[in-house]
Write a protein that binds this ligand. Structure first.
Ligand SMILES: [Zn+2]
Length: 89
């Protein structure tokens, strides 16, 4: 277990003094949480508006694929209906 003091340091520099921030960097990032490591909305459960995962990108994409599949298969059935009678034995 790392202590906060053995962790990699934040590389952000102060605009005015030029001094390094030197706060412990967020794991996997080069800056501390004050300097943008956590920028952007959190994913999934950590997001304040995350309810149940019903509307995640993956889900919406699969629903789109299913809708397309239905559309294509309906078109296919229509094509069958348009075949002249007596030729589909
Ligand atoms: Zn920092």
């Amino acid at each position: 277990m790392h202590s906060a003091h053995s962790a990699p340091r934040c590389g952000a520099k102060s605009k005015r003094s030029g001094a390094r921030c030197n706060a412990p960097a967020v794991r996997g990032k080069r800056v501390c949480r004050m300097h943008g490591a956590l920028a952007g909305a959190p994913r999934g459960d950590a997001h304040g508006r995350f309810k149940h995962g019903l509307y995640t990108c993956e889900k919406l994409a699969s629903e789109r694929a299913i809708a397309e599949l239905l559309l294509v298969s309906r078109r296919g059935l229509q094509d069958l209906d348009h075949q002249p009678p007596g030729e589909s034995h």
